[in-house]
Design a protein around this ligand. Structure first.
Ligand SMILES: *Cc1c(COP(=O)(O)O)cnc(C)c1O
Length: 221
């Protein structure tokens, strides 16, 4: 069949919605990066989106990402958006362009060591647990200021932004606003916030990247 795949149609729709949300907020659509979250998707779902020109992909597991993307170098930007264990930090620094889940001092220390050792410096985001949910990763808001300061002063790491995943059962707006406020205090320019269900809201609150999985690729297995 020569008809476009359902994935590439859904992808085009998400790209258009991002542009409309940015324009509605008086922002330049080029200032909002779509991170296509390909975790747990079969390659048949990912390939048409890659073919349509998408170059920034998010994965939540180091090993799964390496298996999928190893050896592909066509201008890709790969982002780790899932929790990172310190024993995977070496591979993560070697492999990812961006790590969005820096959330504790031990991890900051190990990442800093790997950056030194490998001479490779992935861009970093500090994950903030804005809803203070016990099951979720991220520094709680009350500790975010000290943590960002420690990343800079103790570990020589300069995060480029903040990331959050608001509670599923609350309106996300106040969480996005809180993340933006913490970032502003620290002069952090980038905000990774918004997923399939709420990326337009996130753009209204200043997201510079949105992490969209199921709206692009369909439901995960
Ligand atoms: C899975 C995941 C996403 C994408 O979620 P969708 O609802 O499928 O868009 C975004 N961010 C993180 C951190 C994720 O783990």
């Amino acid at each position: 069949m020569s008809a476009p795949s359902s994935e590439s149609a859904a992808y085009a729709d998400v790209v258009a919605r991002i542009a409309r949300a940015a324009q509605a907020a008086g922002r330049d659509p080029a200032d909002v990066t779509l991170v296509a979250v390909s975790k747990q998707q079969p390659w048949e779902a990912v390939a048409p989106v890659l073919a349509a020109g998408q170059r920034v992909f998010g994965e939540n597991r180091v090993q799964e990402a390496m298996t999928r993307w190893e050896g592909r170098s066509d201008g890709l930007e790969l982002r780790l958006i899932g929790p990172l264990q310190t024993n995977k930090a070496r591979e993560a620094v070697a492999f990812f362009d961006v790590v969005e889940t820096l959330d504790r001092e031990k991890l900051a220390r190990v990442l800093a060591e790997e950056v030194q050792r490998q001479g490779r410096r992935p861009r970093l985001y500090v994950q903030v647990n804005t809803g203070e949910e016990p099951q979720k990763a991220g520094v709680v808001p009350a500790e975010a200021d000290a943590f960002v300061a420690a990343c800079r002063a103790s570990y020589g790491l300069e995060p480029e932004g903040l990331m959050c995943i608001p509670p599923a059962d609350e309106p996300p707006g106040p969480h996005f606003a809180l993340l933006r406020e913490i970032a502003r205090r620290h002069g952090l320019a980038k905000l990774s916030m918004g997923m399939s269900a709420d990326f337009e809201t996130a753009i209204r609150f200043g997201a510079t990247s949105v992490r969209v999985g199921s709206a692009v690729f369909g439901a995960r297995d």
